[in-house]
Design a binder for this molecule. Structure first.
Ligand SMILES: Nc1ncnc2c1ncn2[C@@H]1O[C@H](COP(=O)(O)OP(=O)(O)O)[C@@H](O)[C@H]1O
Ligand SMILES: [Mg+2]
Length: 358
């Protein structure tokens, strides 16, 4: 039986990843780690180990100890912070299936600049060397509104739609005052009011193996979050759009000439719903990619390799060396996923039927 280490396994993405492997007939021995002692109870793992934060000097030595004591064959690290430090360690990197750490460490501003240079549609973006530049910034964008966001992080970190420079100034200053943010953490963007799209993809040595697109329709607790963005959606729907496929594929190739592993792309429509790329997370599954993998095996009853975490693990273990190309749009068009705390997970199929997933 192969032995897999899943770090950050108590996060929703981690729980989903373990679930995606457990639904397959093949048995794995899974060690799960997490920083949060309570969340560590969630995943269906064989052994649970609490780890310090990724920035703690003891983090990497402890991961190495877990790997050696449990004879781990493959490491799936997450979230991005843990993934990055693990990918920077040459010994641990060998047991992962990740792009180079130099590519994984691209922040949202570097991605925006690289894509802009390559004529990929992105939001016009400014950065500030002084808070006083906000006024001229809004003037340049015909008064706004503008979207404030962070260069780094997840969960819509530091995001807010601001109608004028005063609002933006209050927002930025409050974060600087209360949460140790610095001016350089922020980027100021043209507001893209259109559709919110996610493109999930899996690559092998420069070749696209599989992808699918989803429209994010609703976020949980959006009414109590200033930006309305709370990370992972309660309602999302599979869509098929050739333009999104082409655009996302070429955007990834601008960032990494030989993509290898998982690449999660975020897109947002402008007022005419012309798509712009807002982020590329190299080496990362979106939180629900493994849940879609589980749904693929359990509900759609597709070939197990359509369960992307399983395909990724098989490649990571070297058990598959020449993966078959599954192509774009691997999941059924217009399937809606509904999920929420204590409400269960459901699929609404295109024909209107409803199936409980969890
Ligand atoms: N310029 C923008 N205008 C409007 N919405 C945006 C803009 N940039 C990002 N967003 C929205 O914010 C969401 C979160 O984006 P981001 O700041 O990259 O955080 P995360 O890491 O959580 O994805 C995006 O999926 C998109 O819906
Ligand atoms: Mg994102």
């Amino acid at each position: 039986m192969k032995k897999i280490l899943v770090t950050g396994s108590g996060g929703i993405g981690g729980v989903n990843f373990v679930r995606a492997l457990r639904v397959i007939d093949e048995k794995f021995f899974i060690v799960g780690t997490d920083f949060n002692q309570y969340h560590l109870e969630f995943p269906d793992v064989d052994i649970r180990v609490r780890t310090p934060r990724h920035s703690d000097p003891q983090f990497i030595p402890l991961i190495k100890k877990i790997v050696s004591e449990n004879s781990i064959d493959f490491i799936h690290p997450q979230p991005s912070s843990e993934s990055l430090v693990i990918s920077e360690d040459s010994e641990l990197k060998q047991k992962t299936f990740l792009p180079n750490s130099s590519i994984m460490s691209y922040d949202k501003l570097t991605t925006q600049k690289t894509l802009f240079k390559n004529n990929i549609p992105v939001a016009i973006t400014k950065t500030l060397s002084s808070i006083d530049e906000l006024q001229s910034c809004f003037e340049k964008f015909s008064g706004g509104p503008l979207w404030i966001r962070s260069k780094k992080g997840a969960g819509g970190n530091l995001s807010l739609l601001c109608n004028n420079h005063e609002e933006a100034e209050y927002w930025i200053n409050l974060w600087i005052m209360k949460n140790n943010a610095i001016l350089d953490d922020f980027m100021i963007q043209e507001y893209l009011p259109g559709r919110n799209i996610a493109w999930d993809s899996f690559w092998h040595e420069g070749k696209l193996i599989a992808s699918y697109s989803r429209e994010r329709i609703e976020y949980p607790f959006k009414h109590i979050s200033p930006s309305g963005i709370t990370g992972t959606p309660t309602v999302s729907k599979i869509i098929v759009d050739e333009n999104i496929n082409k655009l996302s594929e070429s955007a990834i190739k601008c960032i990494d000439e030989k993509p290898h592993g998982n690449y999660a792309v975020d897109l947002k429509g402008d007022q005419n719903n012309k798509m712009n790329i807002t982020e590329i997370d190299s080496g990362k599954f979106h939180t629900t990619t493994p849940l879609w993998g589980y749904i693929s095996s359990k509900i759609f009853k597709q070939n197990p390799l359509f369960n992307l975490p399983y395909l990724y693990v098989k490649l990571g273990l070297g058990e598959i060396t020449e993966p078959k190309i599954l192509g774009n749009d691997i999941y059924p068009d217009q399937t809606t996923l509904l999920r929420h705390i204590d409400c269960g997970d459901w699929i609404l199929k295109k024909d209107g039927s409803k199936v409980q997933v969890l």
